[in-house]
Design a protein around this ligand. Structure first.
Ligand code: GDP
Length: 440
């Protein structure tokens, strides 16, 4: 995410981070580089200028040059300013109202339908809500079908009236249906066009007025850079929306939209979309995003994801097995599955401070576990429970069954063996023994 910008900011701040003496001249030089990095990332010109001016002012105010650690103080000022620019605090979503009505707006292709599904799934699984999805696109039957497919995928009901050509009526009927059937959130997906046009704007404004939603979210494709900001302006003038959803942040976006949208429309980014799958949705946290942009990682999100996937009962079970020396490949497999549920490897690595930068040229393969899983799947239940029985001929069979080599099988067995030993020692509280084992 935002690799290029991160790189350039890192280079710009490099001098200050170093131990050389810091002068007024190199502070000015650094800020010039920072501004150039922002402009290259497609940040709005005015925004970039205000950004560096503000950092400069604060630097002077805090006597950066005479402070104990001028470099670190400057980096902190840049980070704080970036956080502020992206909205400062994390903005929540308003779920008051029975049902709470959320209206989705945006251009066609922005990811509106996909996001409607993601949001429904998020509210259902994380907030214990009972959402209803509503298909209000009266022009493209395919759009209605798409929402039904999404709804089926996440187990959320979709309300549609394929014969009805009045989006206002459909939305109103859907809300009545929700009230009668105990849905507490209604997410209305509307028609988008390829570009801003008056008819579409008038139509969504009508729907907006008629259903008076608690939340109106504007969905925009982050890859469109400055265009995203301009579209946001146009929609905001018409709808006075409550928040922005930035999609496709998993792609090769330069980051400009994420950084400038708040300052241009003065509405917070509330969610981001980071993939095509239904769980690729994140609440937007400005401070964490600033950390990521500056290559400081995002440990808080990483830990949160780990906690979300952490299953206490499963952990206790595993602990018992380790104590009894019964930890086998089936358990290993289920651990891998848990890690995979945390998200794409590339995304996770980006959250580790420094790792994103260090590994930016390494092609992190989301299928990294594939070989390991294939090998385990080619083992018999006995082999999985008691790896010690795996002899030469079994290794050959497993390798050919999994499309790997005996060498790869050996490697996995060795790693597994080392890991089991390590876990056993940790269980026994034998920190010393573990250090010895690791030294071997
Ligand atoms: P709509 O026309 O605004 O409803 O857009 P869709 O929801 O149909 O999305 C358009 C395309 O973008 C589809 O191919 C989606 O799979 C894809 N898409 C949506 N959100 C994301 C995202 O966060 N990341 C990526 N990589 N693709 C996305």
């Amino acid at each position: 995410m935002f690799d290029n910008l991160s790189d350039k900011l890192d280079k710009a701040l490099h001098v200050l981070k170093g131990h050389g003496s810091i002068t007024e001249v190199n502070v000015a030089e650094t800020l010039k580089e920072v501004r150039r990095a922002l402009l290259d990332a497609d940040v709005n010109f005015k925004t970039a200028k205000e950004f560096t001016n503000s950092v400069k002012e604060k630097a002077l105010g805090q006597n950066v040059l005479t402070s104990l650690q001028p470099g670190q103080l400057m980096v902190k000022l840049v980070k704080d300013e970036l956080t502020e620019l992206m909205g400062g605090e994390t903005a929540g979503i308003n779920l008051s109202g029975t049902p709470s009505v959320i209206l989705m707006s945006g251009l066609q292709g922005s990811g509106k339908t996909t996001f409607s599904g993601k949001l429904a799934n998020y509210l259902k699984t994380k907030k214990s809500k009972k959402p209803l999805l509503v298909a209000c696109d009266i022009y493209r039957p395919a759009a209605i079908n798409q929402l039904h497919v999404v709804g089926d995928q996440i187990g959320v009901e979709v309300y549609s009236e394929p014969e009805n050509k009045n989006p206002v009526a459909i939305a109103q009927n859907a809300i009545a249906h929700a009230k009668q059937n105990g849905f507490n959130v209604v997410i209305v997906d509307t028609a988008g066009r390829l570009a801003i046009d008056e008819a579409m704007m008038a139509e969504i404004a009508d729907v907006h007025k008629a259903i008076n939603p608690q939340e109106t979210l504007f969905v925009v494709d982050a890859m469109t850079g400055q265009d995203a900001v301009n579209t946001a302006k146009a929609f905001n003038e018409k709808l006075n929306f409550d928040g922005v959803v930035l999609t496709k942040l998993d792609g090769d976006t330069r980051g400009g939209a994420a950084i400038s949208i708040k300052s241009v429309v003065d509405k917070p980014i509330k969610f981001i979309g980071t993939g095509e799958k239904m769980d690729a949705i994140d609440v937007f946290h400005p401070a964490r995003m600033a950390d990521r942009i500056l290559g400081m990682g995002d440990v808080v999100s990483l830990v949160e994801r780990a906690q979300e996937q952490f299953d206490e009962e499963e952990a206790r079970k595993i602990q018992k097995k380790i104590a009894k020396n019964q930890f086998g490949f089936d358990d290993f497999l289920s651990q891998i599955q848990q890690v995979k549920k945390m998200g794409s490897m590339k995304d996770l690595v980006g959250m580790i401070p420094g790792a994103g930068k260090a590994l930016k040229d390494v092609d992190i393969d989301d299928d990294a576990f594939k070989g390991i899983e294939a090998i385990i799947h080619s083992m018999t239940p006995t082999e999985r429970a008691q790896p010690a029985v795996i002899d030469g001929s079994r290794k050959k069979r497993i390798a050919s069954g999994s499309g790997t080599s005996v060498q790869q099988v050996n490697q996995l067995l060795k790693q597994f063996d080392q890991m089991s030993k390590m876990m056993k020692m940790m269980q026994g509280g034998g920190g010393k023994k573990m250090m010895q084992a690791m030294g071997k």
